[in-house]
Design a protein around this ligand. Structure first.
Ligand code: AMP
Length: 185
């Protein structure tokens, strides 16, 4: 099963991605997690990405596409994968489509997790206190939500046109939301 989790920051993509990964035994690929690990380790990728991430801006497409290509070349993805936080732009989606077409491993489901803006702001403020993520400052959060609206929300129409999109409400308990997703899969 090749799956994309779509949704704004704070929608719960990471939580659901984890849960799905354990249930279906396929890896969750989070570009945010990969970048945060690179920042922690101080690799060249981490040094390049850090400034964008701290501001809540997107890391350039070519960098991200390179990361995902490399990750999808690994054997553990052959039986399926869950993408969390990628694609985030139409160019990224086109690059993914090209790759998956070439390799005959098409995306089968795109699940958009929808959460009202007021609830997102509340969740992200809570996460700032609990996780202390550098990009969960108030200004970076606001910028990430704007970037989502401008660059990522167009992917909803993009995948709808391809007949791949299913929307679910991302409000409720983790288990309730998980049930909504698995009902679709
Ligand atoms: P996330 O954990 O998915 O919210 O990602 C944290 C940050 O990593 C984002 O605010 C971006 O700076 C960067 N990032 C993660 N995924 C992508 C992507 N697909 N394209 C561009 N930047 C990304």
């Amino acid at each position: 099963m090749n799956l994309i989790l779509l949704g704004p920051p704070g929608a719960g993509k990471g939580t659901q991605g984890h849960h799905l990964s354990e249930t279906y035994g396929i890896p969750e690929i989070s570009t945010g997690d990969i970048l945060r690990a690179a920042v922690r380790e101080g690799t060249p990728l981490g040094r390049e990405a850090r400034g964008y991430m701290d501001r809540g801006a997107l890391v350039p497409d070519e960098v991200i596409i390179g990361i995902v290509k490399e990750r999808l070349a690994q054997d553990d993805t052959k039986g399926g994968f869950i993408l969390d936080g990628f694609p985030r732009t139409v160019d990224q989606a086109e690059a993914l489509a090209q790759l998956t077409r070439q390799e005959k491993r098409p995306i089968e489901h795109v699940i958009s997790i929808e959460v009202p803006q007021a609830e997102l702001l509340q969740r992200l403020a809570g996460r700032r206190q609990v996780e202390g993520r550098d990009d969960d400052t108030e200004e970076a959060v606001r910028h990430r939500l704007e970037v989502y609206q401008r660059s990522t929300a167009p992917l909803i129409a993009y995948y709808q046109q391809q007949g791949l999109l299913r929307c679910i409400l991302g409000v409720g308990t983790v288990e309730e939301i998980f049930q909504r997703i698995t009902a679709i899969l």
